[in-house]
Each structure stands twice: as structure tokens, then as C-alpha cells.
Design a protein. Structure first.
Length: 144
């Protein structure tokens, strides 16, 4: 994976227009808080340990992305494609995953307290050890 700095990323995003292409890029441990990545193509990107709090990742393609240990608190992931993504031990408190496809994604030990999972496809998702207190589940009920 190619390594990139925050400055290079921002310049790439400015040039990319509406749908940046960041597939396979190493963005691990970068501070990407509040960044606009709506509709981004980020398949197989390494976002492990990255700070994506309050970032807009709505409709982003994050298939097979590594988001382990990432901070996604308050992030907008509405309609995102997270199939087979690794979100192990990620912080997703207050994140909005409405309508996201997380089929076969791993949320093992992730913190999903207060997250919105309404309409989310959790088929085959690994939620082992995940914290779901007060999360809005796909059926609209609150997690315990």
C-alpha cells in the first residue's frame, strides 16, 4: 500500500471532485476528522487507527477496508458499503450507519453505543464482543 500524508490527501481530495479514488491507499493513523469523503472509492484502504470522527463517509465504498481501531465517533456512514470490512475494536459511538451494507464485516469488540444501524444489513456480520448499548438496531429497536 502506498503511504500518504494528510496534506497530500487533502490535495488529492480537492483535485478528485465528487468521488475521490483512494482504493488500497495507506491512511492508517492519520487525523482525518471531519474530512468530506462522501461517495469515495476506498476499497481495501488501510484506515487502521485513523481518526475519522465526524467524517462524512456517506455512500463510500469501503469494501475490504481495514478500519480496525479507527475512531469513527459521530461519522456519517449512511449508505456506505462496508462488506467484509475490518472494524475490529473501532469506536463507532453516535455514528450513523443507516442503510449501510455491512454483510460479513467484523465489528468484533467494536464500540457501537448510541450508533444508528436502522435499515443496516447485518447479515453474517461479526458482532462478537461489540458494545451495542442504546444503538438503534436494524429493526428500529434499541440495543441493550
Amino acid at each position: 500500500m502506498a503511504e500518504i500524508t494528510r496534506k497530500e490527501l487533502i490535495l488529492r481530495l480537492i483535485d478528485a471532485g465528487e468521488h475521490p479514488r483512494l482504493g488500497g491507499v495507506d491512511l492508517s493513523r492519520l487525523d482525518l476528522s471531519g474530512v468530506e469523503l462522501r461517495g469515495a472509492w476506498m476499497c481495501e484502504a488501510d484506515l487502521s487507527g485513523a481518526n475519522l470522527s465526524s467524517a462524512n463517509l456517506s455512500n463510500a465504498d469501503l469494501r475490504l477496508a481495514d478500519l480496525s481501531l479507527a475512531d469513527l465517533r459521530g461519522a456519517n456512514l449512511r449508505g456506505a458499503d462496508l462488506r467484509r470490512a475490518n472494524l475490529r475494536s473501532a469506536k463507532l459511538n453516535f455514528a450513523d450507519l443507516t442503510g449501510a451494507n455491512v454483510e460479513s464485516a467484523s465489528f468484533s469488540k467494536a464500540d457501537l453505543r448510541e450508533a444508528n444501524l436502522a435499515g443496516t444489513n447485518l447479515e453474517k456480520a461479526n458482532l462478537t464482543g461489540a458494545k451495542l448499548t442504546n444503538a438503534i438496531m436494524p429493526d428500529g429497536k434499541r440495543g441493550e
